[in-house]
Ligand binder design. Structure first.
Ligand SMILES: NC(=O)c1ccc[n+]([C@@H]2O[C@H](COP(=O)([O-])OP(=O)(O)OC[C@H]3O[C@@H](n4cnc5c(N)ncnc54)[C@H](OP(=O)(O)O)[C@@H]3O)[C@@H](O)[C@H]2O)c1
Length: 285
């Protein structure tokens, strides 16, 4: 598609940003839908973040995805924030409309849509491994979907407790507990869904032991790893051998992007248009 005087601009900010998978995914969808949009990556230094929103308004940028390290620091500069993003305390999507910059968080919805392809979430018991930004977004969204219990397994007890207290305070959800990451064997008997949100097993340090022991995983479990490179982590390999349903990180990445796409353009892109571009990009790495 030719870039013209009417082309609308959408992008992603981060630092660093050059390895982002978002530009190929969004641009492939614009191409397939014949939309006059372009999606670009902007490398924004942390100390420049206060100028960013006004600069985007000046340039008439339609929307932005936000990634590390700006997801929280951008919040004070937004005009509005969606309820879920406010609770999570992080924004990964900004919509600019009529001079108003509104922040959203689509990470949690992206993960939930990936799991809902296989099961409903109501009354499910979930184990999240990790207590960082991704765990937080997923935890809040899962609770919204009506899960019955949540266990957070983490290396640092303190970080897990901060997350648990935050969730309890914001949602009133009480069936949430901490488990040391090395002591999850028994917990696995009592959960339906396991989600790894730690970077353990991610390229280039792939092929290492999974973050949790997989002995007690069965065909009744759904095991999701939000890592997308490699496509199949050691955790997913071992879970698959046990007969579990496995979900890799591409579906979360694609689904969060599809929700952002709709926020930016008001239109729906196909899952396949995002997936095709992502897999092509990953092949080149
Ligand atoms: N598929 C997607 O769409 C998607 C979206 C977002 C993120 N991700 C991926 O998710 C991962 C986490 O992202 P994040 O933003 O949540 O990161 P983060 O905020 O830095 O949190 C990282 C978490 O992993 C734990 N961890 C890190 N290294 C560890 C190790 N060697 N051993 C045990 N635990 C360790 C940390 O534990 P402590 O609390 O003990 O430090 C923390 O709980 C990254 O791999 C990222 O690429 C994927």
């Amino acid at each position: 598609m030719m870039i013209t005087g009417k082309t609308k601009i959408v992008g992603v900010i981060g630092y660093p940003i050059e390895h982002s998978m978002s530009p190929p995914m969004h641009n492939n969808a614009y191409k397939q839908l014949g939309m006059d949009y372009v999606y670009v990556a902007f490398c924004v230094l942390p100390e420049e973040i206060e100028n960013l929103i006004n600069s985007c308004k000046t340039l008439n940028i339609m929307g932005l995805n936000v990634t590390i390290p700006h997801k929280t620091s951008i919040i004070p500069y937004l005009d509005e924030i969606d309820e879920t993003a406010r609770k999570i305390g992080a924004v990964n999507t900004i919509q600019f409309r009529d001079g108003i910059a509104k922040g959203y968080n689509t990470d949690g919805i992206g993960a939930i849509k990936s799991i809902e392809k296989y099961t409903t979430l109501t009354d499910k018991r979930v184990l999240i491994v990790g207590a960082g930004g991704a765990a937080k977004a997923i935890a809040f969204t899962l609770i919204n979907e009506g899960i019955s219990s949540l266990t957070i397994a983490n290396r640092s007890k303190e970080n897990a407790q901060v997350l648990i207290e935050n969730i309890q305070k914001q949602t009133g959800f009480e069936t949430i507990s901490y488990q040391p990451i090395k002591e999850t064997d028994d917990v696995i008997f009592d959960v339906d869904i396991i989600i790894n949100t730690t970077p353990i097993g991610m390229y280039p340090k792939h092929g290492v032991e999974p973050p949790i022991k997989t002995n007690n995983i069965t065909e009744n479990h759904i095991v999701m790893d939000i890592i997308y490179n490699p496509l199949e982590t050691e955790l997913l390999k071992q879970a698959k051998l046990k007969g579990a349903t496995t979900i890799n990180g591409t579906s979360m990445l694609i689904n969060q992007g599809l929700v952002s796409f709709e926020i930016f353009t008001g239109r729906n892109a196909t899952y396949e248009s995002f997936e095709e571009a992502l897999l092509e990009q990953l092949k080149q790495q």
